[in-house]
Design a protein around this ligand. Structure first.
Ligand SMILES: Nc1ncnc2c1ncn2[C@@H]1O[C@H](COP(=O)(O)OP(=O)(O)OP(=O)(O)O)[C@@H](O)[C@H]1O
Length: 662
């Protein structure tokens, strides 16, 4: 099959091999890339395949709970030995059902043991595990399935099944659909149990033969980008990308082997969740609990209290939601309780500000504040045994970080992308700075390309976590990974004298005005949000235009079932309205008229933000309030809550044109 000879790695007794290769990137399904093995330190760690990693975990932690899921009100546990056995059984089923090497298994559903088992079974069988966002439209599902020539779809339930049925006729490679919850009611769709029964009947021969031929420098997983900047691309991750990244992060963050507890609730099709919930626990022999499907609609808080994870990663929106809830409680607190909380928060903030200066001493009164306030709050949040609190996948506002610091929750940032198998830099309690994405993870390398006089340039990443390329996209691969193997992130940033990375913009989002001025919108948008707490989203417009304008959305309540924004203003927004002399309760009330107090207060906020602008071209001249907040179902936000600027521009093109009418 391959022209180059296959050799066994000198490090391993198992079936793992490295196929000799000269290229550092590929876009071909059966492509191989050169491993970037270092001479010493983390980058010299022996490479292992994903199947070997799971096998080792099963040997080392046979009776430790690997996966815990609540079914009919009871936690059901799967040990590492059972996990490994079930993955092998499902891999045999996939082979029997016709999965060929280098073909996709698309997984569409909420986080569950079946999701993990299907993912790893695809890898064991020599296919590509491809998580698909549950928020995808049928057309977006089709795009991904065609790209990876998916032969198997594993779907959660009837709702997700319907999407696949809608596009089935246009998927020439499709062989079977498996449904992992509920009884399938559609002919030809296999239940999870039937697929497992089929796998159990098969001999081990074909699976073992595929495992023997597998190489650590071949692709085994595809991460589809969420499409903030264009149609999803299939990021090819090799065994080494995944297992090395898990290793590097467990070592860097001092993971406690066999003892760590994780809670899986972020979309698994995103690289951050896959690394944090699937690979890191497997490497550390940790236990992964699954949240309920309605986690983000409200049940997450209760599950957190039950599970009490030892490490916790949320996207900024998750932390913002906790913040908003706590602020609401705070507003109702009065008298002595309020005074104690205010006093303790000042101490918490001071303790964490000291840590930023590498001073780990505690301010006077800390132990009392800890006993009567911090410990209690952490217990209420289910974060009392957590030692690493992370926010990642998008920038988080410094005010949110500082709020958690005041509760003695040292929330820090992690930064990376699908193309870097997730994490590249991380802030941790022992070394962090507010506003920074943290320090480069040992074994990874950061280069700032073409820095300006302030040191800002494109952030480039190097190391064994850099992906192989984009499946079947030669041009895009060459745009992203240069000839030396540096991944060009499209992010603008600088590294300070202590090695901390600060992300200051995104090239992909840069606004170039008609006057030729380059403007990074995020800083301006963040300034606006800081001035106007009633704003949930601000999107700057100005590319090839004469001046800047901004689309604003107000903070509103959400329909918890559908995720759609409602017309009613959130409690925080109503508070702000009252503070500026308005009694508005809905967007309609704000816009009808429009409400003069609110309009004046927003204009004042914009004027204040404009004062921070370094040049005239960076001042906002016109603005409007969009009658509906941005949302995932509305299409303006991606699954990790990142703003899809091109969608917003298209959707509100008439509003935008009105800004620039002569
Ligand atoms: N801590 C952070 N601070 C600032 N930006 C971040 C942080 N973490 C991630 N990002 C942003 O997210 C990008 C990576 O996005 P990711 O690979 O998760 O993609 P995606 O949403 O699927 O992709 P795409 O935007 O290409 O559709 C980074 O390049 C960076 O712009």
């Amino acid at each position: 099959m391959f022209k180059s000879p296959i050799k066994k790695t000198e490090y391993l007794n198992g079936p793992d091999q490295i196929i000799p290769a000269d290229c550092i990137k590929t876009w071909k399904p059966n492509g191989v890339t050169k491993l970037k093995l270092g001479e010493q330190g983390p980058s010299a760690h022996p490479p292992v395949s994903v199947p070997t990693l799971l096998k080792k975990a099963a040997e080392k932690y046979p009776n430790t709970h690997a996966l815990c899921v609540k079914r009919n009100g009871e936690w059901k546990n799967t040990t590492y030995r059972e996990y490994y056995d079930q993955v092998r059984i499902m891999a045999k089923a996939f082979i029997k059902l016709g999965l060929d090497l280098y073909h996709g298994v698309c997984i569409l559903g909420f986080n569950s043991p079946e999701w993990f088992i299907a993912d790893l079974a695809a890898v064991f069988a020599g296919g590509f595990a491809a998580g698909i966002y549950t928020t995808n439209t049928p057309e977006a599902c089709e795009h991904c399935a065609l790209n990876c020539e998916a032969q198997i779809w594993v779907v959660e339930d009837q709702k997700q099944l319907e999407k696949v049925l809608k596009i089935k006729g246009r998927l020439p490679s499709l062989k079977i659909i498996i449904q992992y919850t509920g009884k399938p009611t559609v002919d030809g769709v296999l239940s999870w149990e039937s697929a497992m029964a089929l796998g159990k009947q098969q001999s081990d021969n074909e699976l073992d033969s595929r495992l023997r031929r597998m190489a650590v420098n071949q692709a085994c997983t595809l991460i589809y980008t969420s499409g903030t900047t264009g149609p999803p691309k299939g990021v090819m991750l090799s065994h080494d990308n995944l297992t090395w990244t898990a290793h590097a992060n467990c070592v860097n963050a001092d993971f406690n082997p066999g003892k760590e507890i994780f809670l899986s609730f972020l979309p698994l099709s995103h690289v951050a969740a896959q690394m944090a919930d699937l690979y890191i626990p497997m490497y550390a022999g940790g236990t992964c609990y699954f949240a309920l499907p309605d986690a983000l609609k409200g049940s997450l808080g209760q599950t957190l209290k039950e599970v009490r994870p030892t490490r916790f990663l949320g996207v900024p929106r998750v932390w913002e939601k906790i913040y908003e809830k706590m602020m609401e409680v705070g507003r109702k607190t009065t008298g002595i309780k309020k005074s104690i909380a205010t006093w303790a928060k000042a101490i918490g903030l001071e303790a964490n500000m000291r840590k930023q200066r590498q001073d780990f001493s505690k301010p006077f009164g800390y132990s009392v504040a800890n006993a009567i306030v911090f410990k209690k709050i952490k217990a209420v949040l289910g974060l009392d045994r957590c030692t690493l609190y992370l926010s990642g996948a998008a920038p988080i506002a410094p005010e949110i970080l500082r709020y958690f610091h005041s509760l003695d929750i040292p929330l820090t940032e992690i930064y990376g992308m699908s193309e870097s198998t997730g994490p590249h830099t991380i802030g941790m309690e022992k070394a962090f700075k507010v506003g920074s994405a943290g320090l480069t993870i040992p074994g990874c390398y950061t280069k700032i390309d073409k820095p300006d006089e302030e040191g800002n340039g494109e952030v480039c990443m190097g190391g064994r976590h850099v992906s192989m390329g984009y499946l079947r996209m030669e041009e895009k691969t060459n745009e992203a990974i240069d000839g030396e193997g540096w991944l060009h992130t499209g992010d603008i940033g600088r590294v300070d004298s202590d090695g901390f990375l600060f992300i200051t913009g995104r090239i992909k989002e840069l606004i170039i005005t008609a006057g030729g001025e380059n403007i990074a919108p995020v800083l301006i948008e963040d300034n606006l949000k800081a001035e106007l707490p009633c704003i949930s989203n601000a999107m700057l417009i100005g590319d090839r235009r004469k001046f800047l304008s901004v689309l604003l959305t107000l903070k509103t309540n959400m329909n918890l079932d559908t995720g759609e924004p409602l017309d009613t203003l959130s409690a925080a927004c109503m508070d702000w309205c009252r503070s500026v002399g308005s009694s508005a309760k809905t967007i309609q009330e704000v816009l009808a008229g429009p409400d003069a107090n609110i309009m004046r207060a927003i204009q004042d906020g914009i004027d204040r933000a404009n004062k921070l602008a370094p040049s005239n071209a960076q001042r906002i001249q016109k603005w409007t309030i969009i009658p509906r907040d941005f949302s995932v179902p509305g299409g303006e936000l991606g699954p990790t809550m990142k703003l899809k600027r091109p969608v917003v521009v298209q959707k509100y093109c008439e509003t935008i044109e009105r800004f620039y009418e002569a």
